[in-house]
Design a protein around this ligand. Structure first.
Ligand code: HEC
Ligand code: HEC
Length: 341
């Protein structure tokens, strides 16, 4: 009797819930907690307790990411320097901000940031929520401030609506930062030929790429000592010996320690064929040049890692390493509509 009633009532209830979630906002296809299907081998999504991730926050964060009104003269958005076709990096060696002013560093690609412990090439910021403030204030980026940002957003009925949906609140700076961080955490990339190979599709990689992969993970090159793990990077700061002179002191800017001079955060090598030019200053253009410099053991530097030493690679081995790096690009990611305005 009871179960019969249940059978009658439950489908009806389910129908109501379905209707409720579909009609909430026609432009937001999904609502509530963001639960992506993670690429194989990725650890659980890391979300801070203070900023639970929802589809509504992601939607608002995306609008802000593409919002030119955040820059002083409304000429630039985050996406001006972080372009989807380049895995959200900048094809220029350094980026150009307001009034043509340039910075000193190559814009980092943006993906798999939910798992990153610190941000920027010197690790100067520990919370993804705070990263947009750097661009907002930098004279050579948005040259604006939080008061101006709030003022401008408040003039828009569309943002009023999006904040209401995301936070059930009025427009706030904290909300804007939380939403942008949520959007960036949703930029997950793990669908390359290499990933397919890992799931058992043995023809996803060429013979040369497989040889390159084995070299990459071997003691002969030690590449994976720093570029290891599911995201091809380990936490930490290293000098990889690429330059004779380091006008940018890197990690030392934050810690002030001589032992941290010219050390930089390890970049992920996912999507590497899409993110040229390379290194903190964007001064290296070709992956083959990178392999050449690593093979020679780099330039002498008191802080150079012991893993950087002459490798004695043959021409074929160098070519294999480049082929392997080319297998790490995720074309579904750079074509994903979810990351378009
Ligand atoms: C004028 C170009 C420019 C604009 C505009 C810009 N960025 Fe960046 N972004 C950079 C550069 C350059 C870096 C690397 C800076 C460094 O490491 O010191 C960077 C780094 C980052 C990082 C660190 C990534 C990591 O892995 O450490 C994040 C996150 C980020 N930007 C988000 C944003 C957001 C969000 C916006 C918009 C609010 C934005 N950026 C606007 C140039 C820009
Ligand atoms: C001691 C740690 C370490 C080892 C070992 C190492 N790297 Fe790196 N790698 C780094 C760091 C740090 C950077 C960033 C340097 C900078 O920003 O100037 C980097 C940058 C790169 C880049 C450019 C990434 C970008 O987005 O600009 C590539 C490609 C690369 N490494 C490939 C390799 C390969 C291939 C090997 C093995 C032959 C290797 N690395 C070994 C630490 C290391």
């Amino acid at each position: 009797m009871l179960s019969g009633l249940f059978k009658l009532v439950f489908p009806a209830l389910a129908g109501i819930f379905l209707l409720a979630s579909c009609t909430k906002d026609p432009e937001i296809p999904l609502s509530g907690t963001y639960t992506p299907e993670l690429p194989p081998g990725f650890p659980e999504l890391k979300i801070p307790e203070s900023n639970p991730i929802t589809y509504e926050k992601i939607q608002l964060g995306k609008a802000l990411f593409f919002e030119k009104g955040l820059s002083r003269d409304s000429s630039l958005s985050c996406a001006s320097c972080h372009r989807q076709e380049n895995a959200f990096s900048d094809p220029g060696p350094v980026s150009t901000g307001i009034g043509g002013l340039t910075g000193i560093r190559n814009a980092s690609p943006l993906f798999n940031l939910a798992w990153k412990a610190d941000f920027f090439r010197d690790g100067g910021v520990q919370s993804l929520e705070l990263t947009p403030l750097n661009s907002l204030h930098a004279k050579n980026e948005f040259d604006s401030n939080t008061a101006e940002m709030l003022e401008r957003l408040k003039r828009s009925t569309e943002y009023k609506r999006l904040f209401k949906i995301a936070f059930n609140d009025t427009i706030t700076i904290n909300g804007a930062l939380q939403a942008m961080a949520s959007f960036m955490r949703s930029m997950i990339s793990g669908n390359s030929a290499f990933d397919e190979y890992l799931t058992g599709k043995t023809d996803a990689l060429t013979e040369s790429q497989i040889r390159g992969m084995n070299l990459f993970f071997s003691d002969k090159t030690s590449c994976s000592e720093c570029h290891g793990g599911f995201n091809f990077r380990k936490e930490g700061f290293f000098n990889n010996g690429f330059f004779e002179q380091y006008p940018d002191s890197g990690r030392q800017r934050i810690t002030l320690l001589e032992s941290d001079r010219a050390k930089f955060s390890v970049p992920s090598l996912r999507n590497i064929s899409l993110t040229a030019p390379y290194m903190h200053n964007g001064s290296v253009n070709e992956l083959s040049d990178i392999i050449e410099i690593y093979n020679q053991g780099g330039f002498a530097n008191p802080n150079k890692s012991e893993f950087i030493r002459p490798l004695g690679l043959s021409e074929e081995e160098k070519a294999d390493l480049v082929s392997f790096l080319n297998s790490l690009s995720d074309y579904a990611f750079i074509n994903n509509e979810a990351f378009r305005p």
